[in-house]
Design a protein around this ligand. Structure first.
Ligand SMILES: [Fe+2]
Ligand SMILES: [Fe+2]
Length: 220
């Protein structure tokens, strides 16, 4: 892929991102680089396809119904890439298929390596110190909960279940619930490279979760 096309794609991603907390261009950029690195370590070909999918995966987030941001983003990405790059039709459909299902991978009708790698990279950006930072950013208006509330949330949401999804989508959940959701999301990681990368990041998050209960308990 020629650099002039990559420059255009990065510029387009920059214009589209930043409408939702914790989803600025920096998220798109990191997911692009991470997807490319995972693909390289997994010995996959055409690394640019993975980077482009990462850069553009969240461009549909300006659509009010967040649950549709994958498919909306895929449509936007298709028309942009078709007009502005020399990607083949096959490459275009591979990238946009991954974008379309990145937020509902389990309902994807067919297997796709780009989807696996993209979902792994996107999930890894929810973990570790960056994941904690983004989690708090997404609930920047929330105060620290009481130690009892945190401890209860930790137990209750160790198995983060579907019934909490509404709460999360309405942004009425606590920071503790958000961190738990992020830890649970690592279950979806598929590639062995992604799994390896997730280990220290998950340890960081579990430590944070442990420490926040400890510190709040001490200060009560
Ligand atoms: Fe997304
Ligand atoms: Fe994302």
């Amino acid at each position: 892929m020629k650099e002039k096309f990559m420059t255009k794609i990065r510029k387009f991603a920059k214009e589209c991102m930043g409408k939702v907390p914790a989803h600025g261009y920096d998220h798109a950029f990191r997911v692009g680089i991470m997807a490319r690195n995972i693909a390289r370590k997994e010995s996959l070909k055409k690394l640019y396809l993975y980077e482009i999918a990462g850069l553009l995966h969240d461009i549909g987030l300006d659509f009010p119904d967040r649950s549709k941001h994958g498919e909306i983003g895929a449509k936007k990405a298709y028309s942009f890439l078709r007009q502005e790059t020399d990607l083949s039709i096959t490459e275009l459909s591979e990238i946009t298929y991954a974008i379309s299902y990145h937020n509902r991978k389990l309902s994807a009708p067919k297997h796709s390596l780009i989807l696996d790698v993209l979902a792994d990279a996107d999930t890894l950006d929810l973990l570790g110190a960056i994941g904690i930072w983004r989690g708090i950013q997404s609930r920047a208006d929330a105060n620290l909960p009481s130690p009892r509330q945190v401890a209860a949330a930790m137990n209750r949401f160790e198995e983060y279940n579907k019934s909490r999804k509404d709460k999360r989508e309405n942004n009425t959940h606590s920071i503790a619930e958000q961190i738990n959701f992020q830890i649970q999301s690592a279950k979806i990681i598929t590639t062995s490279t992604g799994k390896k990368m997730a280990e220290p990041l998950l340890a960081t998050m579990r430590h944070f979760r442990y420490m926040i209960v400890e510190e709040l308990t001490q200060s009560k």
